[in-house]
Design a protein around this ligand. Structure first.
Ligand code: IMP
Length: 458
């Protein structure tokens, strides 16, 4: 029985949370398999807005297992804040399960992320500064601290000490940076201010404080810590459905995205196996989620980016501001070259197109169908070479636009013919059926295409 993966098909923020929330109705377990609190999804349920960074969207179903898989990097302070916030709103979090093997984002990861970005200056990646990259780096270096380490303060202390040791140089540089900044702000240094404060080591990095603080998090999280791979196997072997919820998106994939302007994990479907601890043959379906246009936060190539009235329309009508950082997102037309690449990389079986309503009022609609390089070469497929992608000019197909407000459409027949033609073009080009269309932020503001919901048939 089905393992279903949901992935972002663009540069993130496609509305995966809402699609997961809808498909979760048919699943027994919902599992996040990568990323950390760099993600952000908003779910509107009965007019109430829920914003999550770490907790899978499935938490709003108290009868389903809601799992943070081993592939996730977890900031326990943020997780506990989310848990407390949900409890305050009356949401039962008793079914939250956290993999004992997931890695922890430590205070030094957050500091090093910011320091790395500052150091890169103009070349910075535009990370969310949540410590994601340094945490995954420590995991690969085998210097990571895992959730299970929280349960033994002695081990925790030893591991923190080992992880800190090779970072001394970078952390010293960081305190020099801090001192410089304080001096510039007139708050420290010999010329004025309190020198002892300026020179004091960052209290967040004190071994004793950190060990105590994290052991405290361990006590609070202990009831949720589990062998989450086994939990997935039990559901799958018992004939139930597990939904694997990807964060970020295909073009931010560490291996297949627009490196180095990517995140430090693998958000593509293949990573669901590693990040949740199941096998490839456990996966039956892959749903990709794409907006009817494109957005990107942070730096990096974005061939269809618009810096004009249409871009403004998409930003304003689409409320394109980051859930995690509040940053304005870069906006542009849908890029079908990139989408087709994402379809193949994830071997998608279905597409969900979100925010179709945002296109209303734009005429004509444009969809990028190929790129042209600076030298005039034509690319029908996503170029592997970064320099080509950086300077690629998109070539568009024009489709008629529509004026109607789509927010009340609930069936395919309610959609104006131009909107249907747009969807047909996208599905035809991408080579995968569109099963779900979003026409507004609400849970009910969707149009199912074909049998609804798809998982019922599975
Ligand atoms: P990091 O994941 O914080 O290291 O950031 C690396 C890149 O991924 C930056 O360009 C971020 O803006 C981008 N990114 C990370 N998480 C998300 C997300 O959830 N949505 C969109 N972009 C993201």
């Amino acid at each position: 029985m089905p393992g279903v993966v949901i992935v972002g098909a663009q540069w993130g923020d496609e509305g995966k949370g809402k699609v997961t929330d809808l498909l979760a109705e048919r699943a027994e377990a919902i599992v996040r398999f990568q990323g950390g609190n760099n993600a952000g999804h908003t779910i509107v349920r009965d007019g109430e807005e829920f914003k999550f960074h770490l907790i899978p969207s499935g938490i709003l179903y108290p009868e389903k297992a809601c799992v943070i898989g081993n592939g996730v990097v977890l900031d326990p302070r943020i997780l506990l804040e989310e848990i407390e916030g949900l409890k305050r709103r009356g949401v039962d979090v008793g079914n939250l399960r956290i993999s004992a093997n997931a890695h922890l984002i430590m205070p030094y990861h957050v500091l090093l992320d910011t320091a790395g970005e500052v150091k890169l200056g103009k070349l910075s990646i535009g990370t969310t500064r949540r410590g994601i990259g340094p945490c995954y780096a420590d995991k690969a270096l085998r210097l990571g601290i895992r959730v299970q380490d929280l349960l033994d303060e002695k081990i925790l202390r030893k591991k923190i000490l080992a992880a800190l040791e090779p970072k001394q140089h970078a952390l010293r540089e960081l305190s020099v940076q801090r001192r410089k900044l304080r001096k510039e702000a007139g708050g420290g240094g010999r010329e004025g201010g309190d020198q002892s404060v300026a020179d004091a080591p960052d209290p967040r990095l004190d071994l004793h404080t950190m060990s105590e603080e994290f052991a405290g998090y361990g006590h609070r999280l202990e009831p949720h810590i589990a062998d989450t791979s086994r939990l997935c196997w039990n559901v799958l072997d018992g004939g139930g459905t597990v939904l694997f919820e990807g964060a970020q998106a295909t073009l931010l994939d560490l291996d297949h995205g627009t490196y180095p302007f990517v995140t430090s994990s693998n958000p593509i479907a293949g990573a669901a196996c590693v990040g949740a601890g199941v096998g490839p043959t456990d996966i039956d379906e892959v749903w990709g989620v794409a907006k009817a246009y494109a957005t990107r936060v942070g730096a990096g190539p974005f061939p269809t980016e618009l810096d004009d009235a249409v871009g403004r329309h998409l930003l304003e009508r689409g409320h394109e501001f980051g859930t995690t950082t509040g940053r304005e997102r870069r906006c542009g037309w849908i890029d079908l070259v990139a989408l087709r690449y994402a379809v193949r990389l994830n071997r998608m079986s279905a597409l969900a197109i979100t925010k179709l309503d945002v296109l209303s009022g734009l005429d004509p609609l444009r969809v990028a169908v190929r790129y042209r390089s600076r030298e005039g070469a034509v690319f029908d497929t996503f170029p592997y070479h970064q320099s080509i992608l950086h300077s690629a000019e998109p070539e568009y197909e024009e489709l008629p636009g529509f004026e109607a407000d789509l927010s009340t459409c609930r069936s395919e027949a309610d959609l104006p013919p131009q909107a249907r033609a747009f969807l047909d073009f996208v599905a035809g080009f991408a080579g995968v059926p569109i099963r779900l269309v979003g026409v507004g932020p609400g849970r009910d503001q969707v149009v199912w295409i074909g049998d609804e919901p798809h998982l019922r048939a599975a």
